[in-house]
Design a protein around this ligand. Sequence first.
Ligand code: ATP
Length: 271
Amino acid sequence: MTALSVRDLHIHDYVHDREIVHGISFDLTPGRVVGIVGESGSGKTLTCRAALGILPEHFAITSGSVEIGGRDITGLSDADWTGLRGSTISAVFQDPASYLNPSIRVGAQIAEVVRVKLRVSRREARRRTLELLAAVHLRNPALVYQQYTYELSGGMLQRVLIAAAIAADPAVLIADEATTALDVIVQAEILDLLADLRERNGLALLVVSHDLAVIAQVCDEVLVLRDGEVVERGTTSDVLHDPQHEYTRLLIAEHEQYGLDKYLESTRATA
Ligand SMILES: Nc1ncnc2c1ncn2[C@@H]1O[C@H](COP(=O)(O)OP(=O)(O)OP(=O)(O)O)[C@@H](O)[C@H]1O
């Protein structure tokens, strides 16, 4: 069963009257991780937003299709989307602090999501929230539950956001530059966490990054996007070891100095 199917997706910007995404296709299946890599402005975030039904104003899907769990998103009402988001498809973005309320303890914020989405009592929501905080490898869930955003590091905040995103047990999780703001060690820990959730919960994951090292670390398959077009796609191992397109070679060359070699070795070992 395909959890998310994107077919020949075209996205138009009506402000500047230009097409930004020119026909992207990919499928996400349970337990698989697909990556989209490409430089800033290539259309990665708009593709994610289209799949989540949150394109900015004046942007629209002009052709192609998006299906979530076999259901075409064309014509979904706001109420349909409210039902789907969080429960079937969920997302984490960069800058977790901006998605949390600084004046409410983080545990209470997740518990509210749990209570509304799972229709459980406050007591049960609190219990489940503590479980979620443990599931995202926060060492002291009871303490974190009571804390405010300013008391937590960037990596901890991103874990809190991931806990909220998986609270209603979605089939699909989109991680759009979710580790970009974090230092390399914390980034690796968050990527491990995502890989772990995919294993344990059979999540279908879409990982979006401008950073090939991130893609190399977690993705089974990768799409290389340039100016709204997929220039290359394949298994991560094939694309990284035997890039066919000049642009992919350029991306790899740019990353070599940042230690991509280490990840290339690990994908070679598991290939
Ligand atoms: N809300 C918006 N309003 C106006 N233009 C936008 C908006 N969002 C995206 N764009 C434009 O659409 C194009 C693609 O943007 P998108 O955010 O999808 O790229 P990206 O590959 O995710 O890059 P980045 O990593 O910088 O976010 C860019 O030219 C961008 O300027």
